[in-house]
Write a protein that binds this ligand. Sequence first.
Ligand code: DGY
Length: 321
Amino acid sequence: MRDKILVARLLPQEFIDQMKQFAEVDVWDSELEPMPREEFLKRSKEATVVITTLSEKIDQSFFDSATNVKGVVNLAVGYDNIDLELAKSKGVIVTNTPDVLTETTAELGFTLMLTAARRIVEAVEYVKDGKWQSWGPYLLAGQDIHGSTVGVYGMGSIGEAFARRLKGFNCNVLYHNRSRKEKAEQELGVTYKSMDDLLTESDFVVCTAPLTEETKGKFNKETFSKMKSSAIFVNIGRGGHVIESDLIEAIKQNEIRGAALDVVENEPIANDHPFLNMDEIIVVPHIGSSSIETRNNMVQLCVDNAEKIINGDSPITPVNK
Ligand code: DGY
């Protein structure tokens, strides 16, 4: 019997055709609607490999259903949707998509930072609303990026790619990471700081870290209160890094100026979420790695990992060796 791959989101046909060369493929028929949980569990029963997104929780109930599964191939670099220890205890390989999305994700972070600093969303709405009467000396005046101090929380490959861009803007780049990154310090001229110093000294604080028990809720009442009142917070990590009610309060109390977020705690964001009524907060729908080229590269890496797992070879990008 051929191995079966369950693909939890509709992907371009060329990738499905590639997988059909080495397995039977069962594909969910929507790109934007996640598979209902029951359906996912039911269809994972027969699967040797599942290709998942952040919407699919890989936990005990999954393993209770997917009794034939050998590999969980996650279409993301982050894997906080997966209980890694449990997967390991079941002998199930987990893979992710590192490296191929690094530069694209850093670019989105940079875009968010510029957009928030220069109040681009407000400016576009101002024009669309017919409010543009004349040139004004301080009309929609924002903040400079060049020459500013930027604190990067998480100096992994995305943090480094982000720092490299900041150097082109002549920024003073600080970072905080669970371990020192001497190579990045030498090559990029970034400076390690304690979390407190990073918060107090930075004009922009950018979270690029993965979500772990250690980083969860890191941006909260206490940390926001240490930032400059002019600071802008950018999050391209995970929504779980932020206590959202504390962010709202920090902005309302003028403890920080604003925030630009690619991620929120509960995605998709609710239509009545208070973030959406605040000019100081920009939210985009988790599109960090979303360029066509990068998404193609991510999907290709998933296909290649799935093939390796099915053939009994070592996958290209395992996260739980
Ligand atoms: C990732 O790769 O972890 C992203 O956040 C999903 O696009």
